[in-house]
Every structure is written in C-alpha cells, then in structure tokens.
Design a protein around this ligand. Structure first.
Ligand code: KG4
Length: 312
C-alpha cells in the first residue's frame, strides 16, 4: 500500500494476517497537509525496509510468497508509481502473480481481515458500508467480495478533509481529525451552529460546512482575538457533531430505502469517537447490526490490500 503518505506491507496466509507493517511519514506535518513529491520520495526510502520487516515478522522468506497484491489507485500519482514499480519488479523476480487492488474497495474489505483462524466477526452480504477517509466519503452497497455498488458519494470534499481543514484554520496541526476528536470529548456539541447541506439522494457535501466554520471564526475573532483559544473544545465538539450528523442522516436514509440493516463503517474517519458512538446509538435505536473496524485497520494499511487480493 503506497497510495498516499503511509508505506505499508502485510503478509496473509489463507486470509489470516501474519504481519502488517506501517511506516507513516512525519515529513508532512510542517506543511499542514501531504506534499505529493515528498510522499513519493519517502515511499522510495521506506518500501524495501517495510517489505523486509513484514516478511520478518511473518516468519517467512520471500520465496514462500504465492502472489502479491498492490494498490493500483486511487491515490497520489507519484506515491502509486513507487508501489507499482516495486510490485512489478518483485513479482518478476519471484515469478508469481501480481494482483491489482482498488484502494477504496480495500478499505471496505478491511472488515474481512482475520487475525486468527477462529475470528468469525465478518459482515454477511449484502451490507451497507459508510466509507469515510481523507479523500472520500461514500455509501456503498456491498453485495459480495467483488461486487460493490457506490450508491452515494461526496460532490465536493470528503469528511476527513473537512476535519483536517477546519483543524488547520484553528492551528491544530496535521492530520487534524484525531486532534478534533480529542478536544471534542465531553464538550458542548451544540455550542455553535454550523451549516448542513441539502443535497439530493445519498450524496454528501462538506464544502459549505467548511466555509461556515471559517466565517464563524472570522466574525468572532473580530470581537475577540483569543476566540479560538478560549473556545477550542466547544468548536471541535460542534464541528464533530455536525459532520457526524451529516454522515448519519444519509446513511439512515440508505438503510431505510434498501432495507439492509447490516451496516459497516470504514476508512480513516471511522476511528472517530463521534462516528463510533453514533453507530452504537443507531444499533440500539434501529436494530442495526453494526461492524466497527479495529483502530489499526481504519487508516491506510497493507493488510486490507492483501485480503482484497486474496479474494480477488
Ligand atoms: O483512510 P485514511 O488513512 O486515508 C485516506 O485514504 O484518505 O484517512 C485519513 C483521514 C484524515 O483526514 C484524518 O484526519 C482522518 O482520517 N481521521 C480522523 C480520525 N482519525 C483519522 N478524523 C476524525 N477523527 C479521528 N479520530
């Protein structure tokens, strides 16, 4: 996996994960976002040590591999090129099959990673999956391992991007999503009212929310230059509450219209505590059977790519 700013390699055997090594790139922190050229160069530095470490932790030699799966896209062009070139060279040398994997499908398939032989918590088909990451927000009807239908998606920004950009204007660092989550805990989610979009069907939009957040800060800072510092927690709580509310509104509609009450969430934003408690609340109130991924499988990782390749 090398689609964005994490270099990751995993080994699975018969659907069971033996190792999953992730090297994150701290180089982007100073810039408040991922710098594509720096990401590609960091992948180039990391990829061989990460693959070696994944094999070592799995306790196998590369000659024992029977196939290799890699992320073909979507993602940053330079980052993908590093992973793709490495994968092609590797399979050519070992004379094993190469399996291309769609990154978004892999996020959904993270629910099928087994950590042991007796791990049987996987969703059953069909189920609805909310995929929320830094680059995407989609509602997917998952009919089988290979048949996934996108029934709704963002028409502009992704939920993760809304978290990150709003955190950036508050100067909370990058990625801002986890920081907002931390500040939001136990504060007033109704302290500030932010814009919610009116978009048809199961689609999302987060650009209006970002603008309304920016204008709120701009207006209040005029009255009090320390407004952000004094209200950081309430701002984060209100932002998180609104994003989760937007996500759940459309998801509820999709579940109601399709009649499918088995519901999963995937992608980086599925680590968010507000998203998780909203899912638990919906399970109680509407009888949904929910699937929340383990934290280590929410953000980009190679185990999800390996499991997708395995079923492919
Ligand atoms: O899936 P991912 O690792 O990368 C993409 O493929 O986009 O998702 C990264 C996104 C970032 O926007 C990050 O801020 C967000 O996931 N994220 C969170 C949390 N943890 C990660 N957003 C809100 N709350 C969190 N706890």
């Amino acid at each position: 996996e090398s689609s964005c700013d994490d270099t990751s390699a995993a080994v699975i055997r018969d659907g069971v994960m033996l190792s999953n090594v992730i090297a994150s790139q701290a180089v982007h922190e100073a810039f408040g976002g991922v710098v594509p050229e720096l990401a590609s160069r960091a992948h180039q530095q990391n990829i061989i040590p990460v693959v070696s470490e994944a094999l070592k932790r799995a306790g196998i030699d590369k000659s024992e591999l029977s196939a290799l799966a890699f992320t073909r896209g979507p993602g940053l062009m330079g980052s993908l090129l590093v992973g793709t070139s490495f994968a092609k060279g590797f399979v050519t040398a070992l004379d094993i099959p190469l399996i291309d994997v769609n990154h978004l499908q892999a996020h959904v398939m993270a629910h099928f990673i087994k950590e042991s032989d007796d791990d049987h918590n996987q969703p059953s088909f069909p189920f609805i999956c909310l995929l929320v990451s830094g680059g995407n927000s989609q509602i997917i009807r998952v009919n089988s391992y290979k048949d996934m239908e996108v029934i709704g998606q963002t028409i502009d920004d992704a939920a993760g991007e809304a978290f990150d950009k709003c955190a950036k204007v508050m100067d909370l660092g990058y990625p801002g999503g986890p920081v907002v989550d931390r500040f939001a805990k136990e504060r007033n989610p109704k302290a500030f009212t932010l814009n919610k979009p009116h978009i048809p069907e199961y689609n999302y939009s987060f650009s209006g929310l970002k603008t309304s957040f920016l204008y709120l800060l701009r207006d209040r800072i005029k009255e009090d230059p320390d407004f952000i510092e004094k209200n950081k927690q309430d701002l984060c709580a209100s932002l998180q509450f609104t994003i989760v509310d937007i996500l759940m509104d459309k998801l509820r509609k999709a579940v109601k219209d399709t009649g499918i009450t088995e519901v999963a969430v995937a992608g980086g934003v599925s680590a968010n505590s507000g998203v998780r408690s909203a899912f638990e609340d919906h399970a109680r109130r509407y009888g949904w059977k929910i699937h929340l991924p383990k934290f280590s499988f929410t953000t980009d990782n190679a185990a999800m790519v390996a499991i997708t390749g395995y079923y492919k």
